[in-house]
Design a protein around this ligand. Structure first.
Ligand SMILES: [Zn+2]
Ligand SMILES: [Zn+2]
Length: 256
């Protein structure tokens, strides 16, 4: 079935511009150099599925005119991927049932700790996000589409990305384990972490991600989780034509 993907955010954990930074990218007039924290929205079968709730979720939802949300999938429970959870409130109030959230057991436990008030049956102040958290250790079927977790190494931590149809979204990793390459065969679209050129202990570099693209051979690849070291236009000009930096607000049509 037809689906549409919107890049809500393409930036690294501190966002671009980064607070207090005087660099050229942080002061660029190109709107594609303005990167909020990493997340995508998928629309298919009249439903809306979000991957991660960043600290910028409110701004992203207003920018894209989001009026409906039917599920959230989490990649991991680092701050830049979860801190917007409370802003699900307005989208959770006027819908049938709670918004289901899906996360791996470790991430689900962290979400429960970080947002203890939301999951506290004795909370007395009302106005809570109407969400229910599901711990997953395998594929999730949502509205006729299958979301397969893809294990990746984010430094020493094993976290997940997702494959859905012929598209995969791998937002935070330094290495992809051998077994996960099996799940990345025959991709049309691959989103992958490319923080910067300089090595980083928990994130992929442009060169490393280009090697992964070379091996996986998707039709098209888009980098995400990008820091202020990579100017949009100049970096794109240096990349092969099938590989581009994603940018906030970018939209793609695809089959799910
Ligand atoms: Zn991240
Ligand atoms: Zn900067």
């Amino acid at each position: 079935m037809k689906a549409r993907l919107t890049v809500l955010g393409s930036g690294t954990s501190m966002g671009v511009p980064t607070i207090g930074c005087d660099c050229a990218v942080c002061h660029s007039p190109d709107p594609r150099d303005r990167r909020t924290r990493p997340s995508i929205l998928l629309e298919f079968a009249g439903k809306f599925v979000l991957i991660d709730t960043t600290p910028d979720f409110r701004e992203q939802a207003i920018r894209e005119g989001i009026r409906q949300l039917d599920a959230v999938l989490y990649t991991h429970a680092h701050a830049d991927h979860i801190l917007g959870l409370d802003d699900l409130r307005p989208l959770s109030f006027h819908r049938p049932g709670k918004i289901p959230l899906y996360a791996q057991p470790e991430a689900a436990a962290l979400l429960r700790r970080m947002f203890r008030y939301i999951f506290d049956p004795d909370y007395k102040f009302g106005g809570l996000a109407q969400v229910e958290l599901h711990s997953i250790d395998g594929p999730v079927d949502l509205f006729g589409a299958r979301f397969e977790p893809v294990k990746v190494m984010h430094g020493d931590a094993e976290i997940i990305g997702y494959r859905f149809g012929q598209t995969a979204y791998l937002t935070d990793f330094s290495q992809i384990p051998e077994a996960s390459f099996e799940q990345l065969k025959g991709l049309d679209i691959l989103f992958l972490d490319a923080l910067r050129h300089k090595p980083h202990p928990t994130h992929s570099t442009v060169d490393n991600s280009l090697r992964i693209v070379e091996r996986v051979q998707p039709q098209r690849a888009f980098f995400t989780h990008i820091c202020h070291d990579l100017p949009h236009q100049a970096t794109n000009a240096s990349l092969p034509p099938q590989v581009q930096l994603s940018y906030d607000g970018m939209k793609l049509e695809f089959e799910i």
